[in-house]
Ligand binder design. Structure first.
Ligand SMILES: O=P(O)(O)OC[C@H]1O[C@H](OP(=O)(O)OP(=O)(O)O)[C@H](O)[C@@H]1O
Ligand SMILES: O=c1cc[nH]c(=O)[nH]1
Ligand SMILES: [Mg+2]
Length: 217
């Protein structure tokens, strides 16, 4: 299942518009904060799909019946561009366990690239709800490799949600082929990738915009 958070006009779509805007995106703090806000909006939407149990809360004037999550999700992110989106999810799922994985494009002389995974820290995932944040779902190579690695290390989650600020139709297809049951929450969906595997119109390089240029690997 794919949900485009911009399909119904809302603040989430406004924040996606701001991270795309080549003037506004030069304000690094606003860029990171907008990614956080998209993560917060996605967290609220995902929270409607979790299981809850009823509990009783004592107020100063009596007792009230309230819902609490049956279990805490595991929030996972792909370093480094995923960090602000992850932080936004964590603002809402504030008791979640967390997993981190490093993935980057290792470029070859002919212009092609592989996805290099170096670091992985992951709690047990068996029977848990896994929410993976990565702002740019472009070719889908990073996400597929990351999910394969997380599941090999952590076990089989009960449900997998992926949150992206922008997703390409090609990346969505690739992820759905590998993981047909996942739910994908996208800030918006673009049709094209350029010859470097960047989303068009997209927004540029999310990691660089959030944290600055890095030396190409
Ligand atoms: O769908 P794909 O084609 O695999 O591309 C998407 C990946 O590219 C970005 O990371 P990047 O490699 O730029 O690393 P960074 O976070 O260090 O900038 C982004 O955060 C994804 O992980
Ligand atoms: O468009 C893209 C593709 C990969 N990574 C990015 O940051 N942007
Ligand atoms: Mg990058």
């Amino acid at each position: 299942m794919v949900i485009n958070l911009s399909a119904t006009p809302s603040l989430a779509g406004v924040w996606v518009g701001e991270i795309r805007d080549k003037q506004l995106q030069t304000d690094r703090m606003r860029f990171r904060r907008n990614l956080e806000r998209i993560g917060e909006a996605a967290a609220y939407e995902i929270s409607k799909h979790l299981s809850y149990r009823q509990t009783t809360v004592t107020t100063p004037l009596g007792t009230a019946t309230c819902a609490v999550p049956e279990q805490q999700p595991v929030l996972a992110t792909i370093l480094r561009a995923g960090m602000p989106l992850h932080q936004g999810l964590l603002h809402y799922f504030d008791r979640a366990d967390n997993a981190f994985i490093s993935a980057y494009r290792k470029h070859h002389a002919d212009g092609s690239f592989d996805i290099q995974l170096d670091y992985l820290s992951c709690p047990p995932l068996d029977g848990r709800v896994l929410i993976l944040a990565d702002p740019m779902l472009a070719t889908g190579a990073s996400l597929v490799k990351t999910l394969q690695c997380l599941l090999k290390e952590g076990g089989q989650p009960a449900a997998i949600h992926v949150v992206s600020a922008l997703a390409s139709t090609e990346g969505i297809r690739r992820v759905q082929e590998a993981f047909p049951k996942i739910t994908l929450w996208a800030g918006d969906i673009d049709e094209q990738l350029n010859d470097k595997g960047y989303i068009v119109p997209g927004l540029g390089d999310a990691g660089d915009l959030a944290f600055g240029l890095k030396k190409q690997q």
